[in-house]
Design a protein around this ligand. Structure first.
Ligand code: AMP
Length: 451
């Protein structure tokens, strides 16, 4: 879609666009508009700066009829107070010629004043999850009239630990509503949230803007396991002239700490880490040290890396293969900025091969494969996640899977054979009462008394 004219928008909105000076829709706006207008649930993968706020507000405002209803019909949830203020300000601009009532609520300020504002009535509420929940619990705000829910920057929200509040809020919303979600990165947590609350959502995604992939030379290594990946990375990083500013991506906090600890032994003074369990001060210090060149290597998760505006990254190392191919695009987009050639490496195990193929399909290229140098030691040590699960020998349902694993696995599992003794609760109760008793067996004591 090339022009706002194609959207057939109302005159008040058209006038607001003229005032804002927007000439044509951004890619996320062009893609999101018809989906949101259709009333379907939508998941947008887009970063800040892509015009996503207007991307969801334009169709929502287009569909929002004038009403004197006191209770809000649109709810926008964002992770921080700064974002509440920013989104409210933008909505006010978009709604300049319509009579839209918008209120922002966030924590850390007087709740009573916000209660008063809410009581006056609003069409749109923009909120952080914690304060929103407090307002609902104190009955100052009712959510039963919400028709459209927008959750923005959901990856950050979940990473900051707002899952509980979000889930509670979802339970208070009417079932018949449209869900719209934006996330810069896809994570397991975001995916779980989508499957729990969304109905067959349409996925709309845009690549990081201003990062032509031609600027980035990509390659990959097939590596058998985590600790061999460590060995390979340690080896590559020895060339500190070539690898002078390296961003190492991992998919979660646990891996970030593990990679950091393992590299620390070799590159202690040159390495730093950021993830959401680190304090704000620690994260700021790490980013500064990396940005100013005091530290050569930064280990980070996908979510924490966003919002970082880092220059002259020599290499992006994908220590693991992102499950969601869009994340790979975001990761490698951190290098190759401003006409410089950037380099990206991807380490993948046989388990991650599918995810690698999905990335290649999305980009429509094959990532050239490099042979792992012979000097790299193949690690035999495995992480707990990589260690094979021992199948119970006595379970007839699992027998087949066990046999499929072949002879060598058989021998090992025989040695470590475990028998199924039931849950620990059952065992404790059994010991106490000398007889099997289940939680639900209310008649057990009665029976025993009679004896
Ligand atoms: P956002 O990604 O929502 O944070 O938006 C980033 C910036 O892009 C904001 O300052 C918007 O005002 C601006 N913007 C949004 N849509 C357009 C457009 N169609 N043309 C030009 N600028 C836009």
């Amino acid at each position: 879609m090339q022009s706002f004219e194609d959207f057939k928008i109302s005159t008040p909105l058209r006038n607001a666009i003229v005032d804002l000076g927007y000439e044509k829709p951004t890619p996320i706006q062009a893609k999101a508009f018809p989906v949101i207008l259709s009333g379907k649930d939508m998941v947008g993968i887009a970063q800040t700066g892509t015009g996503k706020t207007f991307g969801y507000m334009l169709p929502i405002l287009q569909m929002l009829p004038f009403s004197k209803e006191l209770h809000p019909r649109v709810l926008v949830i964002v992770p921080t107070r700064e974002l509440v203020l920013q989104v409210v300000e933008e909505i006010e601009k978009f709604g300049k010629y319509s009579s839209i009532r918008v209120i922002g609520v966030y924590g850390g300020t007087n709740i009573n004043r916000q209660k008063e504002a809410v009581a006056e009535g609003a069409d749109i509420i923009v909120a952080t999850p914690g304060r929103l929940y407090d307002l609902v619990l104190s009955r100052a705000l009712r959510l039963k009239t919400i028709k459209k829910l927008v959750i923005d920057e959901v990856d950050v929200m979940l990473d900051l630990g707002f899952r509980y509040q979000l889930t509670n809020i979802m339970d208070l919303l009417p079932e018949r509503r449209q869900n719209i979600m934006f996330s810069a990165t896809m994570t397991e947590d975001v995916n779980k949230m989508i499957s729990a609350f969304f109905i067959a959502p349409t996925k709309v995604s845009v690549a990081v803007s201003g990062t032509p992939l031609e600027n980035i030379s990509q390659s990959c290594y097939a590596v058998p396991n985590f600790y061999t990946k460590i060995n390979l990375l340690v080896d590559l990083l020895k060339d500190n002239e070539l690898y002078n500013k390296v961003l190492v991506f991992v998919s979660n906090k646990k891996s970030a700490d593990r990679v950091f600890d393992d590299l620390d032994e070799f590159y202690g003074s040159e390495i730093c880490v950021i993830h959401s369990n680190k304090t704000q001060n620690y994260r700021i210090r790490s980013i500064r040290q990396f940005d100013e060149g005091d530290n050569r290597i930064l280990v980070t998760t996908d979510v924490m890396a966003r919002g970082l505006d880092l220059d002259r990254i020599s290499h992006v190392v994908n220590f693991d293969t992102p499950l969601f191919p869009e994340n790979y695009m975001h990761r490698i987009g951190r290098t190759g900025r401003a006409e410089e050639e950037g380099k990206s490496l991807l380490f993948y195990t046989s388990k991650e091969e599918e995810a690698k193929k999905a990335i290649e399909t999305l980009m429509d290229i094959q990532i050239p494969e490099l042979k792992m140098p012979k000097r790299i030691e193949i690690a035999t040590k495995l992480t707990p996640e990589e260690t094979p699960i021992i199948i119970e020998r006595n379970n007839p349902h699992k027998q087949l899977a066990d046999e499929e694993r072949g002879a060598s696995f058989h021998e090992k599992s025989e040695k470590n054979k475990k028998s199924n003794q039931g849950g620990s609760y059952k065992r404790i109760i059994e010991k106490k009462y000398k007889k099997r008793k289940t939680k639900g067996d209310k008649n057990y004591n009665k029976r025993n008394k009679r004896k």
